[in-house]
Design a protein around this ligand. Structure first.
Ligand code: 5AD
Ligand code: SF4
Length: 428
């Protein structure tokens, strides 16, 4: 989501103010930092980076520095207290006001702070997105009302608001006209997307996927990130109806233990999750699944953790994300005793990650000998004579190609070798 927001601010400044993006901070007139506060480590990085930019501003006093995103939303004017050389503070819902904030900073000595939550207003002010390559993000809803006890998102991004379906479909059509072949519908809680007042779980997203799949030239549809609680049967059914919807689903479970899920206020049990996956697999056998996990949540016993490992085996998760619990401001879990020692957290994280890596390697090896429909995304990072493509389950495949004309196209690749971080393929 931050990547999407950053690109939109870039598009906006380019369109309205003739800014160009430079990769050299010392050349810049304005430097913006789009921040994440999901874990403490991400937040601390913000102040380290700002420390570096302070030196640039000493050399070039007219340089303007802006901080946006969730740390800005959470900290507001505290950003200025810690880093008084910052000129602009904006939140995730006020990215469209950055040009005005910048203009004011040229004439005002006081920093401009705007971290309101004006619903989906920003989409009315942002230019239609530029496309860089064959795959694009499309934000369809923002915010979250779930209040999982560990999570800062409802506090920093505000409550769930959905964009108009008409506007989203228009944006998708415009992207496809510019050569995009794959869209990734984005939202903190994307399957809580509502079209109008109908509250049937998953129906809004299901209909959006159905209608998007009819757009000529759009070949692949993804969505991130969904919540098991909102994953209604309507959305499950789409896996049986829409071939453009990828056979890969990122569905965070966080823990395999019911008592921890309850403490996390995830609103579902381990059994609910397993049942949901089996219904999805009923419609789409062989779908690849990934998840997010938190280890060392307050109260997590060895037994709870074993249940998480056991769930990983039972579901057979592919590449996934896992994190040590990090206490966050304003969250309910902050009141729980953070009683798992840092060493224990590290140990659990590494055994979970080893298990997931092993699973992912097994899945990669199983792919050898199959033919995969892949989207060619660009030139291989390691070998300029090769191109790089992505499978439906997001594996990178490198393959020999005599021309670059395939970039942006779907091709079938025979998978011939599984390497630790990528696959090798040949054109089928
Ligand atoms: N500590 C650790 N991980 C967290 N996540 C969210 N909040 C925290 C926290 N306080 C993880 C969850 C979520 C992912 C985006 O980040 O796994 O799904
Ligand atoms: Fe955070 Fe996701 Fe829970 Fe919302 S559903 S509170 S974004 S973890």
């Amino acid at each position: 989501m931050n990547e999407y927001d950053s690109n939109r601010v870039g598009d906006l400044l380019g369109e309205s103010h003739g800014f160009e993006i430079t990769s050299k901070p010392e050349e810049a007139d304005l430097i913006l930092l789009n921040t994440c506060s999901i874990r403490e480590k991400a937040q601390e990085k913000v102040f380290h980076e700002l420390g570096r930019w302070k030196k640039l501003k000493k050399l070039k006093p007219e340089l303007k520095i802006g901080v946006g995103g969730c740390v800005a939303s959470q900290e507001g004017k505290n950003i200025i207290s810690r880093a008084p050389f910052v000129d602009i503070v904006f939140g995730p819902q006020t990215i469209h006001r950055v040009p005005d904030l910048y203009q004011s900073s040229l004439v005002n000595c006081n920093p401009g702070i705007d971290i309101e939550f004006p619903k989906t207003e920003k989409f009315d002010y942002l230019p239609s997105p530029s496309s860089k390559g064959p795959s694009a993000f499309v934000s369809i809803m923002e915010g979250c009302n779930k209040y999982c006890t560990y999570c800062v998102v409802p506090h920093t991004r505000g409550h769930e608001v959905s964009r108009d379906k008409k506007d989203i479909l228009e944006e998708v059509r415009a992207l496809v006209d510019k050569g995009v072949r794959e869209v990734n519908f984005l939202g903190q809680n994307v399957n809580a997307y509502r079209d109008g007042k109908d509250k049937t779980k998953g129906l809004g997203l299901a209909n959006l996927i159905r209608e998007s799949s009819e757009i000529e030239g759009l070949d692949r549809i993804r969505f991130t990130t969904s919540h098991p609680f909102e994953f209604g049967q309507e959305l499950v059914n789409v896996y049986g109806e829409v071939p453009e919807l990828v056979s890969h689903l990122h569905l965070p479970v966080q823990s395999g233990s019911n008592s921890i899920l309850k403490l996390m206020r995830r609103r579902h049990t381990r059994e609910d999750y397993i049942d949901l996956i089996s219904r999805i697999k009923g419609k789409r056998p062989g779908i690849s699944l990934s998840s997010d996990f938190i280890v060392g949540f307050p109260g997590e016993t060895e037994e709870d953790f074993m249940l998480t490992l056991d769930l990983v085996d039972q579901i057979g998760f592919d590449e996934s994300y896992s994190f040590m619990y990090s206490p966050r401001p304003n969250t309910t879990a902050l009141e729980f005793e953070d009683d798992v020692s840092p060493d224990k957290k590290k140990e659990r994280l590494s055994s979970l990650q080893n298990k997931i890596k092993n699973n992912a390697n097994i899945i990669s090896r199983r792919m050898v000998g199959t033919t995969e429909s892949c989207l060619v995304t660009g030139v291989s990072k390691k070998d300029p004579g090769q191109l790089q493509a992505r499978t439906e389950n997001n594996r990178v495949v490198n393959f020999n190609a005599s021309s670059h004309s395939m970039i942006g196209e779907f091709i079938n690749l025979d998978i011939v070798e599984a390497l630790p971080n990528s696959l090798r393929g040949v054109i089928a």
